[in-house]
Structures are given as structure tokens and as C-alpha cells.
Design a protein around this ligand. Structure first.
Ligand code: PEP
Length: 248
């Protein structure tokens, strides 16, 4: 049985108090799976909750990370957070290129590529999101768009570094909409991505309205190694029920 990566992106949710409360409930929900080598759980929180997340996640024995970072180490970049700042509090994983960064904050492919390189150079692990909008899918441009996003992000990297990245295919039209891609659509893109990256055992997640009711179908697909989960990751039960449903 393949290993499943279940990563939760809290987005701009969860204060320090809410983070601690989440972990109060997490322990019992996670207990049945704690020693399951077939599952890797991770949680990604806003900057202000990272200190609390690091503390709680270490105790729980799960992966934890940030939702963004800037590529420069220090300087005149008001409002940004650097890699050394994350490292100081023990952060190793960083989500990059989430569609909300790309589309609400207009982060271009080149900026995301710089971040990917900076994170890898710091021996950290990028969780690189990519995916098409509804317009792009409907006009037949899904694969051009994703080809551009992925190729720019890995341009100039050696194969070892390409393999260290965790990829998350997230069709923009499926994020936070309750409307997941079908398992066939998600498999098609994840399989295509694996070919484009040219590395068989690279980790590729699917994200976009994943919940217990669609988990089994999606996570059983050959080229889908796990899920990046938004809404359903805000509560320990709905988050872990995704894995429970896959196993059932
Ligand atoms: C996400 O934020 O990456 C995401 C997939 O959100 P949701 O599961 O809520 O669609």
C-alpha cells in the first residue's frame, strides 16, 4: 500500500489560541494512526501561529510548516518573512505558489521560482502548488498553464532538488468551492505532471475540496500520493476522517 500524505493548509485561519485548541482535540483523533507508517500528516499555519504550531506539532509527531516565505534573507521588504526567521523556529516545510498567492496577490511564476530555489538552498522543503483556473481549463489551456508554472519553478534545478519538492496540483476552480476535480481529472494531471518532471517517485498531492466523501476515490488514484486540504483541515476529526475514508 502506498504512503499517503495528508497536509492541511489553514490559510488565514487559526489564531494561537485556536491552534492550541486544535491540538487539544488532535491527539485522540490521531491516536489510531500515530504508528501507521502509511500516513504522513502535516499542518501549515499563518506566520503568527507558527511558534505555537511548531510546539504542538512536534509533540504530536507530525510535519508542520509555513504557508509562504520571501526569497531574500533580510532587508527592506516590509511585511515579508524570511527563511532564517522560519528556520529559527524550526520550520522546514513551506507552501509556495498557492493559487491564492498567485491570483489574489499576483505572485508571478518567476517570483515563485526564486522562492523555491531559496527554500531548497536552505535545506527546506517546498510544497509547490500549481493549477489552472476554470477559464483556462474551459479554453483548453490546462496543460500549457501548468507546464509553464512547473517548468518555471524547476528551471535550473538538478534532479535531486526536483525530487525534494512536494508538488500539489490544485485546480483553482476546486479550491474552497466544494467542487472537487473528479478522480479521473486529478489523475490525468498528476500523471502528466510526473512525466513532465521526469522523476517516477516524486510526491504529488491533489488539492481542491478534498473531504471524507471523496477521499477514497481521489487517493486511490495511481499518481495521487496524498491531499492538500483547506476547509476540512480546520478540525482534527474532518481532517483525519479523510485518511479513515481512504482506508475503509
Ligand atoms: C487549499 O487551500 O489548498 C485547498 C485545497 O482548500 P479546500 O480544501 O478548502 O478546497
Amino acid at each position: 500500500m502506498k504512503k499517503i500524505y495528508l497536509y492541511g493548509n489553514w490559510k488565514m485561519n487559526m489564531t494561537v489560541a485556536e491552534t492550541k485548541k486544535f491540538f487539544d482535540g488532535f491527539e485522540s483523533a490521531y491516536a489510531p494512526y500515530k504508528n501507521d507508517a502509511g500516513l504522513e500528516v502535516g499542518v501549515f499555519a499563518p506566520f503568527t501561529s507558527l511558534w505555537a504550531l511548531a510546539d504542538c506539532a512536534k509533540k504530536a509527531g507530525i510535519v508542520f510548516g509555513a504557508e509562504n516565505v520571501y526569497s531574500e534573507a533580510s532587508g527592506a521588504f516590509t511585511g515579508e518573512v524570511s527563511i532564517p526567521m522560519l528556520q529559527e523556529i524550526g520550520i522546514k516545510y513551506v507552501i509556495l505558489g498557492h493559487s491564492e498567492r498567485r491570483h489574489i496577490f499576483n505572485e508571478p511564476d518567476e517570483m515563485i521560482a526564486k522562492k523555491v530555489k531559496a527554500v531548497l538552498n536552505a535545506n527546506m522543503i517546498p510544497v509547490l502548488c500549481y493549477g489552472e483556473t476554470l477559464d483556462e481549463r474551459e479554453s483548453g489551456h490546462t496543460f500549457d498553464v501548468m507546464g509553464r508554472q512547473l517548468s518555471t519553478a524547476i528551471d535550473g534545478l538538478n534532479p535531486d532538488d526536483v525530487k525534494k519538492i512536494i508538488y500539489a496540483y490544485e485546480p483553482v476552480w476546486a479550491i474552497g468551492t466544494g467542487k472537487s476535480a473528479s478522480s479521473e481529472q486529478a489523475q490525468e494531471v498528476c500523471g502528466w505532471s510526473r512525466n513532465l518532471l521526469g522523476i517516477k517517485d516524486v510526491v504529488i498531492l491533489y488539492g481542491g475540496s478534498v473531504k471524507a466523501s471523496n477521499a477514497k476515490e481521489l487517493l486511490s488514484m495511481q499518481d495521487i500520493d496524498g491531499a492538500l486540504v483547506g476547509g476540512a483541515a480546520l478540525k482534527p476529526e474532518s481532517f483525519l476522517d479523510i485518511y479513515k475514508a481512504f482506508k475503509a
